[in-house]
Design a protein around this ligand. Structure first.
Ligand SMILES: [Fe+2]
Ligand SMILES: [Fe+2]
Length: 306
C-alpha cells in the first residue's frame, strides 16, 4: 500500500471513532471511555509514524513542504497534550466532553490540511515506487510505534528514533527513492565488492542527479539518526554501569555496616552479660553476709533469752 493511502486510511479510522463519540449518549460513560482509549491509541501511532518517517522524508525530498511539515508537528504537539490529559480523565468529569470536542476539531483541521495541501505535493513529487516503499516502511514502523501520547518526547529525528528500527527504515527508503535500478544495482555492487574483497565501486550512474541528491540527503539523515541511536545506547549503557556500580557499592556498604552492627551488638551483649554476672555475684555475696549477720544476731538473741 502506498504511503498516502495508508495515512488516509488511518484518518478514516479515526474519523469513524469521532462520529461514534459524537453519537454516544451523555451518560454513556463506558462507551465513551472505550472510544476515547481507541482514539488515543490510533492517533499516537499515526502521529509517531508521520513524525518518524513521512514528515522527515517529505521535508528532505519534496520542495515546498518544510513549512507545512513544521506546522503539522506543532499541531501534533497540541493534540498529544490533549490526548495525554484524556488518558486519566474520568468520562463523567464535566470537562471530558469539552476536551474531546476540542481534540476532534483540532484533528479534523489537521487532517484537512494534510489531505488537501501536504499529501498532494508529496504524491506529485515522489514516484509510485518511492511512495510504495515509504508505505511499507510506515506499515513496519506501526509495530514499534508508541500507543500512548508523549507530548514531551522529541518529535523529529534523531531524537524520535526508535532504537534499532528507524535508521534501517530510513536507509531502505533512501535506497529506493533514487529508483529501482540504482537501489538494486547499489545493493548488488555492495555484495560483489564484499565477495571480491574490493573497495565499493562508485555509485551507479543510473537515476537522475536530483534523485541521487535526495538519496544522499536521506542517507545523511539516516547516519544522524544512527548517531543519535548510538548516543542513546551508550548513555543507557553508561547509566546502567553507574547504577550497577552504585548498587554494588551500596550492597558492600550495607554488608559492612551490618557486620559492624552485628559486632557492636555482640560486644554490648558480652558487656551486659559480664555486668549482670558481676552484679549477681555481688548481690549473692551481700545476701550471704546479710544472712550470716542476721543468723548470728538471731543466735545471740536466743542465748540471751535462755
Ligand atoms: Fe499528521
Ligand atoms: Fe495524518
Amino acid at each position: 500500500m502506498d504511503a498516502i493511502t495508508l495515512l488516509k486510511n488511518d484518518h478514516k479510522a479515526v474519523e469513524q471513532l469521532f462520529r461514534r463519540f459524537e453519537k454516544a449518549g451523555d451518560n454513556a460513560f463506558v462507551d465513551k471511555r472505550e472510544i476515547v482509549d481507541r482514539i488515543i491509541e490510533e492517533l499516537s501511532i499515526h502521529a509517531a509514524i508521520e513524525e518518524q518517517l513521512f514528515y522527515p522524508v517529505a521535508r528532505a525530498t519534496v520542495p515546498g513542504t518544510e513549512d507545512i511539515a513544521l506546522e503539522s508537528l506543532e499541531e501534533h504537539h497540541i493534540v498529544k497534550w490533549v490526548l495525554s490529559e484524556l488518558v486519566d480523565l474520568d468520562p463523567a468529569a464535566e470537562r471530558f466532553d469539552a476536551k474531546v470536542t476540542v481534540l476532534i476539531e483540532n484533528v479534523r483541521h489537521h487532517v484537512e490540511e494534510e489531505e488537501t495541501e501536504f499529501f498532494p505535493k508529496v504524491r506529485a513529487e515522489l514516484g509510485r515506487k518511492a511512495l510504495s516503499d515509504l508505505g511499507e516502511a510506515l506499515a513496519g514502523a506501526k509495530n514499534a510505534a508508541p500507543t500512548h501520547p508523549h507530548p514531551r518526547a522529541p518529535d523529529t529525528p534523531p531524537g524520535n528514533a526508535v532504537v534499532g528500527t528507524i535508521a534501517g527504515v530510513i536507509d531502505r527508503v533512501s535506497d529506493n527513492l533514487s529508483g529501482i535500478a540504482q537501489g538494486g544495482v547499489s545493493a548488488a555492487q555492495d555484495l560483489i565488492a564484499t565477495l571480491l574483497h574490493t573497495k565499493k565501486p562508485k555509485a551507479s550512474p543510473t537515476g537522475s542527479t536530483a534523485a541521487r541528491t535526495k538519496a544522499t540527503s536521506l542517507r545523511n539523515a539516516a547516519a544522524t539518526a544512527t548517531a543519535g541511536v548510538q548516543e542513546t545506547v551508550s548513555s543507557t549503557r553508561s547509566g546502567a554501569t553507574r547504577t550497577a556500580r552504585a548498587a554494588s557499592a551500596g550492597t558492600k556498604g550495607t554488608i559492612t555496616s551490618a557486620k559492624r552492627a552485628a559486632g557492636a551488638t555482640a560486644t554490648s551483649a558480652r558487656r551486659a552479660a559480664t555486668t549482670t554476672a558481676e552484679t549477681a555475684k555481688t548481690a549473692t555475696k551481700q545476701t550471704a553476709s546479710t544472712a550470716k549477720r542476721a543468723a548470728s544476731k538471731t543466735a545471740a538473741a536466743a542465748k540471751q533469752a535462755r
